[in-house]
Ligand binder design. Structure first.
Ligand code: AOF
Ligand code: ZN
Length: 352
């Protein structure tokens, strides 16, 4: 019996491979749009991980193709037996060739899939193609045990913005709000400057993992925020990150726009916050981070323009805490952002 064929559910070997593939994929969150982040581990017949790879950006090889190529280059391809993939392998020729065929051209005959692909060009087709060619394809979601369910939830969380965007054309909106221990926003008066080092670190990790930033004209005028990624290494060569400024009366200063453009932002202003998720989606951004003052955040809450809402605060004891409210119980990509401490509590507040 193959080491990964555990009739009672997920073997520790496959679980470890999924965690490695998820970790590698999440390092590329924020760089792959309009494609989803995807990770792939290739194992030999004894369950040893031969390689782990991820999709880096649209137009670059898919995770499976890169993993296979790496195995081949290292002379390990003859040992490849099992592929563990966070997303169903594609079966179409888009910017690159079909991963199903790349797998079938290798000795791999067992494929573990973490999440189904919502793309109508792929949905079900990759798994069906592999099965038709005699591969043993298993979906994590079909396994009964709780380890498998937790990993399947992480694989769904990894692509939650992509799934949402594929279905609606809108970007997934993550709102980040700083609150004081008494629940008031810190600092007050429309400023978004963070006092705490930890909160600043969170902001930079989130900016790195998302495809776009949304802010308000009030914040721009009051703070002239840089909204850049300095505290963690940004994705190499990331081009034209979208920056949407909600500005009803055309007050965006030309010099600030020019400065943001010089820092690599593609700056757009929008006079209707209800339009922002679609505007982002049309520009190919899957996931946006909203960093704004109380007026814009109140409007976003009132109009229900958010998919998850992260509050960062300091407890009365002076300890930092993060709470995440997730809309409709959907999986949140937030828990996979590298280096983001696990939220202390998951709460859900009503949309208005
Ligand atoms: C995979 N592995 O690593 C990724 C997949 O235009 P293309 O060729 O890059 O194809 C993009 C579509 O492929 C994308 O919309 C999604 O459905 C799937 N992404 N599939 O097998 C990967 N990134
Ligand atoms: Zn593919």
């Amino acid at each position: 019996r193959r080491p990964d064929c555990d009739p009672d559910g997920l073997s520790p070997i496959i679980g470890r491979a999924f965690r490695a593939a998820l970790a590698e994929a999440s390092r590329h969150m924020g760089a792959t749009a309009p494609n989803p982040p995807v990770g792939c581990a290739i194992l030999d017949a004894q369950g040893e991980i031969l390689t782990v790879a991820a999709h880096h950006r649209a137009g670059a090889p898919h995770a499976e193709a890169l993993a296979l190529r790496t195995c081949a280059r290292q002379g390990l391809i003859d040992r490849a037996a099992t592929a563990v993939v966070t997303l169903e392998p594609c079966n179409h020729t888009g910017r690159t060739g079909p991963c199903s065929e790349a797998i079938l051209a290798s000795p791999i005959r067992a494929v573990w899939v973490g999440a189904a692909d919502p793309n109508p060009r792929v949905a079900g087709g990759g798994a069906a193609r592999l099965r038709a060619a005699g591969c043993d394809v298993r979906m994590l979601a079909d396994l009964p045990d709780s380890d498998a369910a937790a990993l399947a939830a992480d694989c769904r969380a990894l692509i939650a913005p992509f799934v949402h965007w594929s279905r609606t054309g809108r970007a997934w909106m993550t709102v980040k709000q700083a609150v004081a221990a008494d629940g008031s926003m810190i600092p007050p008066a429309g400023r978004t400057t963070f006092t705490s080092d930890g909160a600043l670190d969170v902001a930079h990790r989130l900016r790195r993992a998302t495809d776009a930033v949304v802010t308000g004209i009030g914040t721009v005028l009051a703070d002239r925020p840089g909204l850049d990624v300095r505290r963690v290494p940004d994705h190499a060569g990331r081009a034209g990150r979208l920056l949407v400024v909600c500005d009803r009366r055309g007050r965006l200063p030309d010099d600030w726009r020019a400065a943001a453009t010089a820092r690599g932002f593609d700056v757009r202003s929008c006079d209707d916050i209800a339009r922002v998720p679609a505007l982002l989606g049309e520009a190919g951004a899957l996931w946006a981070l909203v960093e704004a003052g109380p007026a814009l955040l109140d409007a976003m809450r009132a109009e229900g323009i958010w998919d998850d809402w992260l509050t960062i605060g300091v407890t009365p004891a002076g300890r930092e805490r993060m709470d995440i409210a997730v809309r409709n119980g959907t999986d949140t990509p937030l828990r996979l952002v590298p280096g983001l401490a696990a939220p202390r509590e998951e709460a859900c507040f009503p949309a208005s």
